[in-house]
Design a protein around this ligand. Structure first.
Ligand SMILES: Nc1ncnc2c1ncn2[C@@H]1O[C@H](COP(=O)(O)OP(=O)(O)OP(=O)(O)O)[C@@H](O)[C@H]1O
Ligand SMILES: [Mg+2]
Length: 445
């Protein structure tokens, strides 16, 4: 029976998908990105309002300084680039500007109603303008280009965007470095746990030779406490495994001793029964029957004791006497023996043309095939076909014994290779066989 090792998940790379490091780095970076973008937007909005208020103040000052030199026949202040004015001079509306204003733009301006607050207007050819119109004491209009607000704001936005990007990148790199350094002990702990999970703990004397390094088992840090707890757990597991190993060794030794000690008295019982039966001619019929039963039962018990002894030996020193073995011959002989022992089953053989030789222990190999054939004989009804196949596969010799009988009962399938596992005993008895449930355990061992 092979004990499958639990599959260990592959160790993810330090910044792999789903790792704590990756999540921490991404979340911190996302938070910083959110805050810097919000801050950038807020300062840009504040700057926009300040710049626009300045522009509005300039509009107010300009509209108040209608005729700077007191001559109300001349247009008002035109200082600043792109200023457009409309003043009432001698009852006429006069447009003055430092740049060319199309008729459409002039019409757009004249159509604006008077208002205490400036408004934004997109003028024909000239773009966005901020305009203040007043009609008291007389009609006056001053317009300044809105680019005086948007230009500095755009450069500020570009600067903010560049700074934000640099800040996000710096945060990402710094957090990544910090997180990787802080989580390094945790990664070492994972490596240790992986090593332990790969240990063949079901075998050996229960030693667990791996521990978390003292530097990573320091109770002052969170990871260190995990390391410490992990080491305690390993101590515990090691203790439990060693205790189990000791008790198993004791039981094994006991079984080996008991089987060994039982062999001689059993042989004596059988010997005396045989002697008595043969020695006296006029034994009553029932006594003769009883003696033959004593003989056959002591045979059965001797076989059982031999099996137990064999298993105990295989457990304590599973050494095989490996040598080049003609597997074809062994299979051929074992099937011939089975055919001789039972002619009611249909025994067939499927051998390759070439002789197959393998490194094996000939006695054990014979025993394995014989046990499988004995099962096919005892646990299937008469007339069942049993086919034994031998073939070479991937550098191994593969022997299989297949019968078309009822099959291993489902309730014992999972434990069929364990000791003393057997199906309903009465059925086997009815078929005249004996069953101890050790045959397949020996095969597996
Ligand atoms: N070829 C088979 N067909 C049906 N059932 C089987 C077959 N081989 C084994 N089994 C079932 O598996 C059980 C365990 O087999 P195993 O060889 O270990 O013990 P056993 O044959 O009962 O006793 P032992 O071989 O020690 O005399 C059997 O009791 C039987 O119920
Ligand atoms: Mg058997």
């Amino acid at each position: 029976m092979t004990l499958a090792n639990p599959t260990v998940p592959p160790t993810p790379s330090p910044m792999g998908k789903g790792t704590l490091s990756r999540q921490l780095v991404l979340r911190v970076t996302a938070l910083v990105a959110l805050l810097t973008v919000a801050l950038g937007l807020f300062t840009s909005l504040a700057s926009f309002q300040i710049l626009q208020r300045e522009l509005d103040d300039r509009l107010q000052t300009a509209i108040d300084r209608r005729f700077p030199d007191g001559d109300n026949r001349r247009p008002g202040d035109l200082t600043g680039s792109g200023v457009i004015r409309i003043d009432t001079i001698d009852g006429q509306k006069l447009l003055t500007s430092s740049l060319a204003v199309t008729d459409e733009a002039a019409q757009q301006l004249l159509a604006l109603p008077a208002s205490p607050d400036p408004v934004n207007v997109r003028l024909d050819d000239l773009g966005l303008y901020r305009v203040l119109v007043r009609d008291r004491p007389s009609y006056t209009l001053v317009a300044l280009p809105l680019s005086e607000v948007t230009k500095p704001l755009t450069s500020q936005l570009v600067m903010t965007a560049l700074l934000t990007a640099a800040m996000i990148l710096a945060t990402y790199l710094a957090t990544r470095r910090v997180v990787e350094t802080s989580l390094r002990p945790l990664n070492r702990l994972t490596a240790t746990a992986t090593q332990v999970s790969n240990l063949p703990l079901e075998r050996g004397e229960g030693q667990v030779p791996i521990r978390v390094a003292p530097a990573d088992a320091n109770p002052t840090s969170e990871v260190g406490r995990v390391g410490l707890a992990f080491n305690h757990m390993l101590d515990n597991v090691e203790g439990a495994l060693a205790a189990r190993h000791r008790s198993e060794t004791k039981v094994r030794q006991f079984v080996a001793d008991a089987s060994h000690e039982l062999r001689n008295p059993l042989a004596s019982i059988r010997g005396y029964a045989e002697l008595t039966r043969r020695g006296s001619d006029e034994l009553p019929e029932d006594s003769a029957y009883a003696l033959s039963r004593i003989e056959s039962e002591s045979d059965r018990m001797s076989a059982l004791v031999e099996d137990l002894l064999l298993l105990a030996r295989l457990d304590s020193q599973p050494t095989l006497d490996l040598q080049p073995v003609d597997v074809t011959e062994i299979v051929l002989n074992t099937v011939s023996d089975a055919r001789a022992a039972d002619s009611e089953h249909k025994w067939s053989l499927d051998l390759p043309e070439d002789v197959i030789t393998a490194m094996a222990d000939p006695h054990r190999l014979h025993q394995v095939v014989a046990n499988l054939l004995a099962n096919a004989r005892t646990h299937t009804p008469a007339g069942t076909a049993v086919e034994t196949t031998l073939r070479a596969a991937d550098g191994f010799a593969e022997v299989s014994v297949t019968d078309n009988g009822p099959g291993v009962p489902t309730e014992i399938q999972s434990s069929v290779f364990e000791r003393f596992t057997r199906a309903d005993v009465s059925r086997v008895r009815q078929q005249g066989g004996s069953s101890t449930g050790l045959g397949l355990a020996i095969v597996a061992a």
